[in-house]
Structure formats: structure tokens, C-alpha cells
Design a protein around this ligand. Structure first.
Ligand code: ZN
Length: 294
């Protein structure tokens, strides 16, 4: 890892890791760490949560687009940039889990991931306004979580999706929606092989709604979101609740709870046997874009 060493302060390259604007009835929320392919550090995660909250509270907003600045949507959780702030205390936690930064053993990562990965993703998935992810370039590991919490996904033709973390000793990302995003047979292949699937295959699998040319991605996303935003607010919210509820009746929420603990058994095993929550092996993850997923 090339991020800050223990005891070293993280260095942020921007004060605005998330950008927010409104166009008509659509809120555009943009991940804004293009230098690091929009890797998710806590700074970005809390800014993203604030942006979703702002869009949810604004009566003029009927639909929300989540997009990324630069060539890539998101390279995953930040485990390698100078802005890796995973050991920093936050006093603006959104769940009731306590501060992780001073906790020993497995408690450190468990409390942290309850808050910033599982907890945040569920908050965003439950936001009662329609959300649409516009994905270009890399969508790796933690990046999948951001796309998957959205109601619709539009991908540019250069987009690719991959969860390579099995090779790092962890059974998939924390928000374990794989078998809901694609047929379980294909989801097994996706996770066991750890190979990227391109936008066209993701479309064939039903994981994305539309594939566009790169230069059309923002316009197509805005056009769809603008149309969606015309629906009556409460009806749209109830339609979203209906889908989420049906998925949860099918086991999405309770299954994810169970898998989260398997995920943390793996983190604890890796910590005990190798000193780090991930196994680091040469070529452990695809680096097609020179990216480090997390
Ligand atoms: Zn984890």
C-alpha cells in the first residue's frame, strides 16, 4: 500500500470531493477525485452522504444522478492514495456505531464498515427519490456498491465492472448484492473469476439499463432522470419502496447481514495470519487502468 503509514496524517488533494448541482428537477452529484479515479475515502463518503441528504430534502429535486468526474466512475474504497483516511475519527457519524479509530482487533474494521460501507450504502439505497448511476470507465469493487444502490444504471460503452476482492482474501464487497444484480450462476462466475465484465455484457445480464457512447452518457442520464422526475413525488417514493421491499422479502437485507459477518471473518483471518485485513499478492487484482481497487 502506498497510502499514509500508521500515525501519518492523510493528505487531501481537494476540499470538494463531491460536487453538487441542480438542473431543473434533477440533482447531479459528482464524485470528484479524478486524480485517484474517484476512490472512496471517508472525506468523499461523508460528502456524498451530505449530497444525497441535500437532494432528498430539496422539494425541487425529483430524481438524482450519481456520476464521476474524469475517466472513471469509481476505483473502489481508498486503500492506497495519500487521502486514505480510514483511521481518522469522524464526529459526524451517521449510524449509532461508535468511533472505530481507537478500537482494537477486529472491532476497528467492523465498527468502521458498519458505518461507512454497509450503513451508508443502505442509507443511500433507501433514499426515497429515484436515483440513477451514470458509469464510465472503471467501476471496481466499492465502486459497484455505489452503482448498485442506485435504482437505474446507465453505462458508457467503455465502462467495465469488476469485483476482484476474492483474490485479496475477502468474499466480495461489503454490500453483497451480487446475486440480486445478476443471475446467481453468473454472479458466481463474476466473483470467483474476478474478471471485468464490459458494459455490453452488463446490459445483457440486466445489470445496467442502457449503454451509450461515452460522449452521450451525461445527456442520456439527464434525459432519463428528467423524465423520471416528472412523476408525482410520493408515488415515485412508494414505487421505490415497493421494489426495495420486494427485494428485502427475497432476502436481500437479511442475506447481506449474514454475508457481512462472513466478510469480517475473512478480514479477521487475514489480519491474524498476515497482519493486514487484505491479502496482498502480486497481480491480486486487475489493473487494466492502473487502478487499485479496495
Ligand atoms: Zn471490508
Amino acid at each position: 500500500m502506498t497510502g499514509p503509514k500508521p500515525g501519518q496524517a492523510s493528505v487531501y488533494e481537494t476540499d470538494e470531493p463531491v460536487l453538487y448541482e441542480r438542473r431543473g428537477a434533477v440533482a447531479l452529484i459528482s464524485l470528484n477525485r479524478p486524480r485517484y479515479a474517484n476512490a472512496q475515502n471517508a472525506q468523499l463518503t461523508y460528502a456524498l452522504d451530505a449530497a444525497f441528504a441535500r437532494a432528498g430534502a430539496d422539494d425541487a429535486v425529483g430524481a438524482i444522478i450519481l456520476r464521476g468526474e474524469g475517466k472513471h466512475f469509481c476505483s473502489g474504497h481508498d486503500i492506497s492514495s495519500p487521502g486514505d483516511d480510514s483511521d481518522v475519527r469522524r464526529d459526524d457519524r451517521r449510524s449509532l456505531w461508535w468511533d472505530h479509530s481507537t478500537k482494537p482487533g477486529a472491532e476497528f474494521l467492523y465498527a468502521r464498515e458498519q458505518e461507512v460501507y454497509l450503513g451508508m450504502c443502505r442509507r443511500w439505497r433507501d433514499l426515497p427519490k429515484p436515483t440513477l448511476a451514470a458509469v464510465q470507465g472503471a467501476c471496481i469493487a466499492g465502486g459497484l456498491m455505489l452503482a448498485w444502490v442506485c435504482d437505474l444504471i446507465v453505462a458508457s460503452d467503455d465502462a467495465y465492472f469488476v469485483d476482484p476482492v476474492l483474490r485479496m482474501g475477502v468474499p466480495g464487497v461489503e454490500y453483497f448484492a451480487h446475486a440480486f444484480e445478476m443471475h446467481p450462476r453468473i454472479a458466481r462466475e463474476f466473483l470467483f473469476m474476478g474478471e471485468p465484465i464490459d458494459a455490453r455484457r452488463a446490459y445483457q445480464l440486466g445489470m445496467v439499463n442502457r449503454v451509450t457512447a461515452s460522449e452521450d452518457l451525461d445527456a442520456v442520464a439527464l434525459s432519463m432522470a428528467t423524465r423520471i422526475a416528472q412523476a408525482p413525488r410520493l408515488a415515485a417514493a412508494l414505487a421505490k419502496l415497493a421494489f426495495n421491499h420486494l427485494e428485502d422479502l427475497s432476502g436481500k437485507r437479511s442475506g447481506m447481514d449474514a454475508v457481512f459477518h462472513m466478510h469480517h471473518l475473512a478480514h479477521a483471518h487475514n489480519q491474524l495470519s498476515g497482519g493486514k485485513p487484505f491479502q496482498e499478492r502480486p497481480n491480486a487484482a486487475p489493473t487494466a487502468a492502473g487502478l487499485k481497487p479496495g
